[in-house]
Design a protein around this ligand. Structure first.
Ligand code: SF4
Ligand code: MG
Length: 341
């Protein structure tokens, strides 16, 4: 399998009156072609800051303080997303790299019929005729399970779930190599969440779409993601195969996240949650940033920063995906592996 996007030691900082806020601090990650990579973590951990940086949409006072991002779309050579010109970036946005920001379903133009929103966008980014674009629109609506007459409707005539399907259809209109979706199910009711989850999984299977799925909702990751990357306090604490991580989470923070998922349809279980509060990005705790909340904290955790290292999955020898964890529980006896994520 080939790599589609690589992130190397990325740092996204914000200058504030009370100091530098290190919202994303040395994140390295590789996204493989055809996978759904889930980015998990509580709000404020840096998920959205990370994904907006991938599109170079970081806004002042935020800035990229270091690192590299390389994109390998099918028809084009490697693209250095941090140094590519603005013009080249516009040329690949949407065509090769599509982004659904959080709440994007509310940003449909209220005065344009659905078909016209699509056509305007398609025509702006391609050499197609209006007729060709209209044909694509009806295909796309069908693809996301909407009736053809939706093309003639205005956004206010659609439910939230329908609008979300329209925005996803628009995001995939030009068959991009990569779709980045930030909280695509979050504002929806359970019924519409199910529909969107089903739809995204079909798109991955049918179109072999690569998706970066950002959500705080672990239940959505469990259903959709192939791999997940768990963020805490601007860093990655665990990366690996989704089944492996749900079966045997390694990092105490990941364990907390999984224990706090409410059981859907099952008995009401007491949610354990994670004690304490998220620390401030202007003043992350020294050593392991989770040490202020961790029930396993050891003296070295307060001083030494744990590196994200490969560990053996002893519980599941068949798993081909190594799990990476940043926690001294797994390194204290010198059991650390490589930096290969
Ligand atoms: Fe807890 Fe220490 Fe592991 Fe951090 S490094 S998660 S404080 S055990
Ligand atoms: Mg967010």
């Amino acid at each position: 399998e080939s790599l589609l996007l690589t992130i190397e030691d990325l740092k996204v900082y914000y200058d504030t009156v009370s100091g530098v806020s290190k919202a994303v601090d040395s994140v390295s990650l590789r996204i493989k072609r055809g996978e759904i990579l889930g980015i998990a973590g509580e709000s404020g951990c840096g998920k959205s800051t990370l994904t907006t940086a991938l599109l170079r949409l970081t806004q002042r006072p935020g800035y990229i303080a270091g690192g590299a991002i390389h994109f390998y779309p099918q028809e084009k050579g490697p693209i250095d997303l941090l140094t590519v010109s603005g013009e080249q970036l516009r040329a690949i946005r949407w065509r090769n790299l599509s982004y659904l920001p959080q709440g994007s379903m509310n940003s449909l133009n209220p005065v344009l019929r659905i078909a016209d929103q699509f056509c305007d966008a398609i025509l702006e980014h391609s050499q197609m005729s209006r007729r060709e674009a209209l044909n694509i629109v009806s295909d796309l609506l069908q693809q996301v399970g909407l009736e053809p007459h939706v093309a003639r409707m205005y956004p206010h005539e659609l439910s939230g779930g329908m609008k979300q399907r329209v925005t996803i259809a628009m995001a995939i209109a030009l068959r991009p190599d990569l779709v980045i979706a930030d909280e695509p199910t979050t504002a929806l009711d359970v019924h519409n969440q199910r529909i969107i989850i089903q739809m995204l999984s079909e798109l991955r299977d049918k179109l072999r779409m690569t998706i970066i799925l950002v959500t705080h909702d672990m239940a959505v990751h469990a259903e959709l993601a192939d791999r997940i990357a768990v963020m805490y306090a601007g860093t990655l604490v665990e990366v690996g195969d989704v089944r492996q991580i749900f079966k045997a989470p390694k990092h105490p923070y990941t364990q907390g996240l999984i224990n706090s998922i409410p059981q859907i349809g099952g008995q009401r279980v007491r949610m354990e949650g994670i004690r304490g509060n998220t620390p401030s990005p202007r003043n992350w705790p020294a050593g392991c940033r989770f040490h202020t909340r961790c029930t396993h904290v050891m003296p070295e955790c307060r001083e030494k920063v744990p590196q994200l290292l490969t560990i053996a999955n002893e519980q599941d020898a068949q798993s081909k995906q190594p799990t990476l964890v940043a926690c001294h529980l797994y390194t204290q006896f010198g059991a650390g592996g490589t930096h290969d994520n």
